[in-house]
Ligand binder design. Structure first.
Ligand code: C5P
Length: 235
């Protein structure tokens, strides 16, 4: 497209999935590839925005398209703690935050200094004690400057579209974001594919749009909805 409708806006996008170390060689992770978040970053940049992209364990091949863009600044992070530090610092100065990253809810309480070895546990499998990670988005919501638009994501398993939307509405309220993009995930959908469907729920709990197709098309639809919300709030 040749639209320049995001010109003058600064955007923070998080993408990918955090990894929480168990020992120097192992981690707890999730299946988020970062493709949807990278698509949002690229779409916003091509529509004129200045973009800061925080990439949590996103493969080089997925990041490449964003890396080629002169108005996208990429920073790589690994853990939820690293993402939190980078995101909370970067959020203060932007107009729009899109939290597309899958953040681990828990991390391992005490990370082993050396590799855990079977011979050391002598037939008794180790037990991992988990502690909760901070909710990064909650911190950003609490610190939001006036005029900032906050977008959260929710990847949910659900038996029906009705259940998916209800989970999305509940999450929207719990998170206090202006817009929540909810998408269905499962063993065979959502992750590691080029396609996605996003149901967009606004602050009045209304489903304002369902956008999708390629992850880029879903990103464009999301950006359209954010601009519409921002226009609505200005008037
Ligand atoms: O509760 P849930 O993890 O499904 O919430 C998803 C949304 O919250 C996403 O936008 C995700 O990036 C964000 N999140 C976060 N910090 C966490 C967990 C999730 O910012 N610890």
């Amino acid at each position: 497209g040749t639209r320049d409708d995001w010109h003058g806006l600064a955007v923070l996008v998080t993408a990918g999935g955090t990894r929480e170390p168990i020992d120097p060689v192992r981690y707890l992770g999730n299946r988020s590839s970062g493709r949807q978040g990278v698509a949002v970053a690229v779409a916003a940049a091509e529509r004129g925005a200045r973009v800061r992209l925080l990439a949590a364990n996103v493969e080089d091949a997925v990041l490449a398209e964003a890396g080629a863009h002169p108005t996208i600044r990429i920073e790589r992070v690994g853990t939820a703690a690293e993402l939190e530090a980078a995101a909370s610092a970067a959020a203060a100065g932007v107009d729009v935050v899109v939290m597309a990253a899958a953040v681990a809810d828990y991390r391992v309480d005490s990370v082993a200094e050396g590799k855990l070895r079977k011979e050391d546990t002598a037939g008794a499998p180790p037990v991992l004690r988990l502690v909760e990670n901070p909710d990064i988005l909650a911190g950003i919501v609490a610190a939001r400057p006036a005029g900032q638009t906050l977008v959260g994501f929710a990847a949910e398993t659900a038996e029906s579209e009705e259940e998916l939307l209800e989970r999305g509405r509940r999450k929207r309220r719990r998170k206090g974001v202006d817009l929540l993009a909810v998408n269905a995930v499962g063993w065979a959908e959502g992750f590691e594919t080029g396609r996605n469907t996003l149901h967009l729920i606004d602050a009045a709990d209304e489903l304002i749009a369902t956008v999708g197709g390629s992850k880029r098309e879903a990103a464009e639809g999301l950006l359209d909805a954010v601009l519409a919300l921002r226009g609505r709030d200005e008037t």
